[in-house]
Each structure stands twice: as C-alpha cells, then as structure tokens.
Design a protein around this ligand. Structure first.
Ligand code: SAM
Length: 377
C-alpha cells in the first residue's frame, strides 16, 4: 500500500475532487433539494442493466429471471396503466387484458401506426429496486455470440424512444463503444445502420462489440457502415438522408468524472476541452439534424446533469437550425417514457425540454438526458 502522505505522484487536487467541487457549485443551484440525494447516488456504485441480445440463441432472459431480474421494458405496461396517457400520445400502444389477467401490448398494424411509439424488440433485464446484485459476465452461445451487453439501463431509453420502424435508415453519429448501436440493432427493423465515431481507437472497440454480438452474415456493407469521421462535418457529407438519428454526444460524463481520475475531463490539462463541450455538442446536434430527412427524428442524449449541456444545447441547435439552415424543428413530447418507466427510474421533475433520469440510491441508473426533435422541413 502507498503511504498517502509520502506519495509524490498524487495530485493535490485530483480531477475527481475538482469534478465534485464543480458539481456541488452548479447542481446544488440547478437541482436544489434533490442534489444531496443525487450526489450520494453518483458517488455510490452504479447499477447496470443487461441488454438482451436477440441474435443469440440462448434463453438468456429466463436465466436472468431465475436470478431475480425483470425485463423493465416488457414489464412497463402495468406502470403506464396506472397513469393517464398524455393527450399528445393519442394512439400510443393500446392495452388489452390477456387470459391470465396481465396487461399485454397489442400488436399494432404497421399501417395504423400512431405518430409515436417505442422501438420494438429491445429488452433489458434489471435487478429490482434496492437490489445491488452484480450481473455475471455474459457467456457465448454455440455461435460464439454473447447473450447480453451490460450498460446503464437508462442508456437504453434514448434508443427505445427513437421509435425505429421497419425499413428505417438510422445514423448513430457518436457511436463508440456501441451499446446504443447494439440496442438499435435489437429492433431488427433497421434497413441500414450507419455507425460513426471520430475516435479511431474507440471505433475499433465498437467493431469488436459488433463482432461479439451480431452474426457475421448480418454485418454486411448493405446493412451496416462503420466510419470514423468528425461528426460535426456530417452535414457536408450526407444531408436529408436518415429517418432516425441518434446524437449521443461527448459530455462531462458526470459519474465517470467523480469516480475515475484517469482520462478525466476535469483534469487541469483538459480544461479547454471541457469548456468547449457545449459548442461541440451544438455542432454535433446540428449535423445530426441536417443528416435527418424532413419528417425524420433526431434524439439528442448525454450522461450529464448539466443544464448547459442538455437543454442549453438543444435550444441553441433549434435556433441555429432555423436561422442558418431554414430547418424547422418540433420537440417531441417524451412524457410517455416517464410514465411507462417511472417504476424503474427516477426522472427529474419539471424539465421544460426533454427528460432526464437522475441517479437514486434505490435505482442507481443515469444520469441520462434525452430530447427528441422532429424535422418539420
Ligand atoms: N453512444 C455510445 C454508446 O452508447 O456506447 C457512447 C458515445 S460517448 C457518450 C461519445 C462519443 O463521441 C465518444 O466515443 C467520442 O469518441 C465521440 N466523439 C467525440 N467527438 C466526436 C466528433 N466530433 N464526431 C463524432 N464522434 C465524436
């Protein structure tokens, strides 16, 4: 063990302490009386979800259920039942009672699809509230494909709410290491998926993830394109093309910044980079907006609580899209998501733009912020 008082290499103000100091100053104002409990959760061990791999032949869900997990997505209907559906969600999944009395989603004919639904076929297992059991590492099936991918369960929400429909062309602009790309592929509805990340090394990790989870036959040039471009330039490459775009931007990654000194955005040497984040985020979101086709939808997401990086960025991007590109956007109401999943996640109250999962000791997921935009022109 290193004797701390003699350890010459230990920074006087490690980046994790700088991050905590920064968050205390900002979030105590932004979140008010919520901050102390969010703070405790952020400093405690996070909870994972197991994104089920539909490409794997193993009966993974049954196995996880036997260990006490539940699929929070298929288990969400009962939650939505107990809350009134918002008016803007007319036509959202109808419920019907099955013979065993449980509420099930009825199959909605694609022809009669309402304007907003969740992406289908995504399943994610979690341990119950307050249960901090860790998942065992996923095992390969007969084809060598892993049965589940461990990620923050709240990270699945932007993919679910993106509402990927049959035949869609989808762009994941900042995709590495690939958890959300994998969730999008689970829908088995995507006609063409373009996954991009400007970091070459992280793109390598993404390729590896896809190889561990998706059959070789599926990873063809016809189905999927993997690139390492600067996403801010996407509007110059491919405009008005994609039905759905996910813009999961680099941010202050609040949880990581509080727990890991390595590669920490609060280290002194990265101050400039950190200050430039909102500008980069606006540029990425604008590029994603340009890449979407008129009528297409764009999901902006982060894993920070920061108002500037969340709502601030969305407001600026909406303004600049109109001013500089003549693109009119509407914000899609995500109230349905909070209604459906409030048994699993804690959501920040009263956001005027988008929704945010806030960490809580009994359900230590997030932070995840998301806001969905629809291109009207
Ligand atoms: N969506 C990923 C997932 O679910 O696994 C996580 C994405 S992470 C929050 C943000 C990513 O943005 C990082 O992998 C980073 O390399 C990438 N990035 C940073 N600047 C970028 C840029 N200008 N263009 C594209 N990607 C960028």
């Amino acid at each position: 063990r290193v004797k701390e008082k003699w350890a010459a290499t230990r920074a006087k103000h490690p980046p994790t302490s700088l991050a905590l100091h920064h968050f205390d100053a900002k979030y105590s104002v932004q979140l008010g009386r919520l901050w102390p409990s969010v703070r405790v959760a952020l400093l405690s061990e996070r909870k994972y979800g197991a994104l089920l791999n539909n490409f794997s032949s193993d009966a993974v869900l049954a196995n996880l259920q036997a260990q006490g997990c539940r699929d929070f997505i298929s288990d969400s209907d009962a939650e939505a039942q107990s809350c009134p559906e918002p008016e803007s969600e007319v036509g959202a999944d109808k419920q019907e009672e099955s013979s065993d009395g449980a509420m099930k989603k009825s199959d909605v004919d694609d022809q009669q699809r309402p304007p907003f639904l969740l992406s289908r076929n995504i399943n994610c297992a979690v341990f119950p509230r307050g249960d901090i059991t860790r998942f065992k590492p996923a095992r390969p099936d007969m084809q060598g494909l892993l049965g589940y991918y461990l990620m923050d369960a709240a990270s699945v929400l932007p993919c679910l709410a993106l509402d990927v429909q049959e035949g869609h062309r989808v762009l994941d602009l900042c995709a590495a290491p690939g958890g959300k790309s994998l969730a999008l592929l689970q829908t088995q509805a995507v006609r063409f998926l373009c996954v991009n990340d400007s970091s070459v090394s992280r793109t390598q990790r993404l390729r590896k993830v896809l190889r561990r989870y998706v059959p070789k036959e599926f990873l063809t040039d016809e189905n999927i394109r993997i690139t390492s471009f600067d996403g801010t330039k996407w509007g110059e490459i491919e405009r008005n093309t994609f039905d759905r775009v996910l813009v999961d931007v680099p941010c202050t990654t609040d949880r990581h910044s509080l727990t890991e000194d390595d590669n920490n955005i609060f280290s002194k040497s990265r101050t400039g980079e950190r200050r430039m984040l909102p500008k980069l985020q606006v540029e990425l979101l604008l590029a994603g907006i340009e890449a979407a086709c008129p009528g297409g939808e764009i999901m902006y997401s982060t894993c920070t609580l920061s108002q500037i990086q969340n709502m601030g960025v969305v407001e600026q991007a909406i303004h600049q899209a109109q001013q500089n590109h003549g693109i009119h956007l509407e914000v899609v109401d995500l109230q349905l998501v909070t209604n459906m999943f409030r048994k699993t996640f804690h959501f920040a109250p009263d956001l005027h733009l988008g929704v945010m999962v806030v960490p809580h000791l009994a359900a230590n997921f997030g932070p995840i912020y998301m806001c969905k935009l629809k291109r009207m022109t």
